[in-house]
Design a protein around this ligand. Structure first.
Ligand code: IPE
Ligand code: IPE
Ligand code: MG
Length: 250
């Protein structure tokens, strides 16, 4: 009899109601180096290709009506890499910022950066600030780019700030609650990620949105970031929609 049991209807993106979509998606853009190595190219070329994928996936998120997307572009630990590779990543970032400052005009994307800016080159910081100012009034996708970002570093910064306020007498220790901590992070005012996608076949967070991801759904995919496509995004969204989020309840 079991043979003839009717199968549950296949969930498809077309049939997915709006409310089943994740409001905020995080992307750990990993696998650029391996993508290049596989082709006998320098690692830098993997980052060039990864930057193109990033542009494509930002557009795909916008087209799907996603409210926020956070892309992990450079971690506080990535400075450990050879100087040549760090320089190549920073140069790509410069190119992207200059180019997008022109593109932004026609797009409804609000760009923000999270992470510690103090270690970045002043010209890059100026471009980042310009991009944020130019797009602050946009109402479409909120695009967060995590640059020199580390979840632990962000939390240490927040703890220091709160400690200073307690020392000054402007805050009582007992006033520190989850909301206060959230409001002291770089992501203040933004929704927590619902879905975090990590391609490249690694199964770890690598210090991405530690506090904010407490109840995020993770989708790990065996594809290198430069090969990540809108179809992979759709597959991850569908996988997310199939999950049963309980938030500690039943
Ligand atoms: C991600 O790709 C890009 C950054 C971390 C800046 P990787 O450069 O980490 O690529 P793999 O993991 O070495 O393949
Ligand atoms: C995570 O990738 C950081 C970014 C994607 C920016 P890594 O390649 O740095 O992470 P690990 O070293 O594999 O954990
Ligand atoms: Mg990596």
């Amino acid at each position: 009899m079991a043979l003839f049991r009717k199968k549950a209807p296949e969930l498809t993106l077309e049939s997915l109601p709006r409310e089943a979509y994740p409001a905020h998606i995080g992307f750990i853009m990993d696998g650029n180096g391996r993508w290049a190595k596989k082709r006998g190219l320098p690692r830098r070329m993997g980052h060039v290709s990864g930057a193109q994928t990033f542009r494509k996936i930002v557009k795909a998120c916008e087209a799907r009506g996603i409210q926020s997307a956070t892309f992990y572009a450079f971690s506080t630990e990535n400075w450990k890499r050879p100087q040549e590779e760090v320089d190549a990543i920073m140069d790509l970032l410069r190119d992207y910022l200059k180019e997008s400052l022109k593109d932004f005009k026609g797009e409804n994307i609000r760009t923000k950066f999270i992470g510690d800016r103090s270690a970045l080159a002043p010209d890059i910081v100026a471009l980042m600030e310009e991009a944020e100012a130019e797009t602050a009034h946009k109402t479409g996708l909120t695009l967060n780019i995590a640059l020199n970002y580390g979840g632990r570093h962000e939390l240490v910064g927040a703890i220091r700030m709160l400690a200073e306020q307690v020392k000054d007498g402007t805050l009582l220790a007992e006033q520190i609650d989850e909301q206060r901590v959230s409001d002291t992070l770089d992501t203040v005012g933004q929704p927590d990620p619902d879905l975090i996608i990590r391609p490249s076949g690694e199964y770890r967070t690598s210090n991405f949105l530690l506090w904010q991801s407490a109840y995020a759904e993770y989708v790990f995919m065996d594809v290198l970031w430069p090969d990540f496509s809108a179809e992979h995004l759709d597959r991850a969204i569908l996988e997310y929609a199939r999950r049963h989020r309980r938030f500690g309840g039943v």
